[in-house]
Write a protein that binds this ligand. Structure first.
Ligand SMILES: [Zn+2]
Ligand SMILES: [Zn+2]
Length: 138
């Protein structure tokens, strides 16, 4: 498992300047971020940049395909969020009002042995999303 905090650009991904910049944004970001936000971030840091949003999606797809980026679609909308995969997964509570994401301190399934009631299914992972209202929106 990689140490959190110092990810390196994966050598199996073809390096381009744009991908490097997207990698930098993702590795510095501690919360899931949408492709649109990444796009705006790119435009902010590099005024002369001439990116197309499709380039961002393609780069994210390349990272995701190799498992470096986790993509999730939240219950509150159809926008996908991306985060750098540090090996340990995280769950979020999502505010239905302001769409704020609050990371859970731990995985509720971490120590649980889940039974499917069937021996022809092997669990290799899971997804969990909690939703409700944050302190400000309650
Ligand atoms: Zn809220
Ligand atoms: Zn979990």
């Amino acid at each position: 498992m990689k140490e959190h905090g110092e990810p390196v650009f994966p050598c199996e991904i073809k390096k381009t300047k744009q991908r490097e910049e997207i990698f930098k944004i993702l590795s510095e970001e501690t919360m899931p971020i949408s492709a649109v936000d990444i796009y705006h971030r790119l435009m902010q840091t590099n005024e002369k940049a001439n990116y197309a949003i499709s380039t961002v999606y393609r780069a994210l797809g390349a990272f995701e395909e190799k498992g470096y980026v986790t993509k999730s679609t939240l219950i509150t909308g159809d926008m996908a969020y991306y985060e750098w995969n540090y090996g340990a997964h995280r769950h979020y509570a999502i505010c239905l009002q302001c769409h704020k994401l609050i990371p859970l301190k731990q995985c509720p399934f971490e120590h649980a042995k889940i039974e499917t009631g069937s021996d022809n299914f092997t669990i290799t992972g899971h997804k969990l999303e909690l939703y409700g209202y944050c302190k400000e929106c309650k």
